[in-house]
Design a protein around this ligand. Sequence first.
Ligand code: FAD
Length: 294
Amino acid sequence: MKNPFEAITGIKIIKDEPISKHTSFHIGGNAKFFVRIYSIRALKRILKIMKKRKMKYFVIGAGTNVLVSDKGFPGVVIKLNGFFTKIKRRGNLFYCGGGVLIDRLLMNVGEQGYGGAEFLAGIPGTVGGSIMGNAGAFGRSFAEIVDEITIITQKIIEQNLDNKRIGFGYRNSKLKNGTIIILAKIRFAKKRRKNIMAEIKRNLKYRWQRQPVGYSAGSFFKNPLPYSAGKLIEECGLKGLRVGDAEVSTKHGNFIINRGKAKSSDVIELAKRIKKIIRDRKGISLKQEVKILN
Ligand SMILES: Cc1cc2nc3c(=O)[nH]c(=O)nc-3n(C[C@H](O)[C@H](O)[C@H](O)COP(=O)(O)OP(=O)(O)OC[C@H]3O[C@@H](n4cnc5c(N)ncnc54)[C@H](O)[C@@H]3O)c2cc1C
């Protein structure tokens, strides 16, 4: 296919780009078009062309909560750069682009003496991806700090949604597929810089001690509250279980690790086996936290 976006400025297009280069699992076939977008104007123009040509698209943040098919994606993968990675402060409200990385946000805000979201330290995603899935840790989540977001809908309408209308739930939101989060208004509190940095450090240390290293997408399953998915998997003796190069981490039962050459199909088969065993032995049905993009 000829490049349909040739006339648009403010973007960078790569044809047949391996999505594996953009996911923490290091898994995924090629995207027909991988497009880096630097401005709202360019984003709207691209969306108009895709709508007219009925092209499929999805937004990728840091790619830390997705499992992309080995067949790749036959449409457009959108990556938000430029304007979408900016952070601006007005009082204790921070206006952050959807492509801002969480750790960068916490450091930027912390340096200015604002905090309150240190519990997010070490989550390797972006603001957009983390709002979409209401990322969190230590029983807390993104929902606590978001005042409002600006989205572009699939119909290419720009809208502001307040916290309630985002519909945050446990590791999810009610935002529709195809919605693009371009900006978030996040509320922080004035705090001592020294205390903020110490808390971030503590939380990072806690993670390094408990999380396995290696290619993964973090916790693969949602916790079937009040139970912990990792504990259930461990109790069933599934640590180390393997399909191809996909392995249940020997350190943390809820992490599936790509030991190097795992295919998406290996991870899916391994997840299927884990689910069946947990259902049979514990009577609990596990649900994936990771978004599967086929
Ligand atoms: C080592 C490790 C540790 C982790 N620890 C945690 C943890 O403690 N807590 C936790 O909740 N998660 C954790 N995760 C999972 C992941 O980091 C989070 O879910 C994160 O919020 C995903 O953000 P992302 O930018 O990588 O999203 P992606 O994986 O890129 O995308 C996730 C979903 O969001 C959509 N999306 C991305 N950006 C946008 C946007 N701008 N607008 C609209 N939709 C968008 C995508 O289309 C996709 O559906 C961990 C992952 C890893 C690898």
